[in-house]
Write a new protein. Sequence first.
Length: 312
Amino acid sequence: MAAVVPPALSISAWQVIQAMPDGVVLTDPQGSIMAVNDVFCAVTGYARAEVVGRNPRILHSGRQDRAFYARMWNALLENGRWQGEIWNRRKNGELYPEWLTIGAIKDAWGRTRCYLGVFRDITSPKLNEERLKQLAQFDPLTSLPNRRFFQDSLKRALLRRSSDGRLAVLFLDLDRFKDINDRWGHAAGDALLQTVGARLSGCVRRTDTVARWAGDEFAVLLAPVSGRRDVSRVARKILRVMRRPFSVCGRRTAASVSIGGCLLDGKTSPARLIARADRAMYAVKKRGRDDFEFWLGAISLRRGLRGTRRRP
């Protein structure tokens, strides 16, 4: 059988590198850049003359530590290859993610002659990933964390409560929200929910979590707290802030919230903690709205803030 003779090629390695759709950088064994292709220049913003002879460290973003690069070089020295996601910095200072593959090119005696790095800018896929994460964990109307994010935050807080102290959950419902929707339309209702979310966020600390639970319901995780007095102070502040007039689609309107609270006492599941705060909130609704009540047992005892309530 006749041997297969490969076709004679006059194409140079440089032409191949230039034709590649990915960025390419060639360094000597010491790490000095020997050559880059046009895609490299387009992605990084550097002209070829600005990088040849320099070390790829000029692209470092600062997001990877020394241990990261130590692992990279160990893989190159041991296996002759490394690949993974890395953040680099363009000439204009902008950070960007890339998928990078580095391979050692060796001679016939196994000595490394150079390193070839091939990378692809993955900014767009990364942005799509962030958008999906945003949709999964945040409410698109108010930009607040959603129910799923809140439940996860509560679970984490319960796991570390022994070191961080006690925690509490507030459950809030916007009073007579349907009337605003029916009178002025859903656009006005959406604008009101956005403002309510912003005001709630201004009533708590950075360590706390405010979430849009569903519809006109919101949840607040207060962690840590020392006791009921801390929780009552926050609830009183929320009631006071929500009683201020709202400007919705060019109209001024009044609004209020009903709040139920539950302070963690002993071992309680996240679902039960939320359910108790919810039941306390509905007790406020039945009593007349615009108030706050703690869950204090099988029968929720009134611990409202009527002294601060707006007079009819």
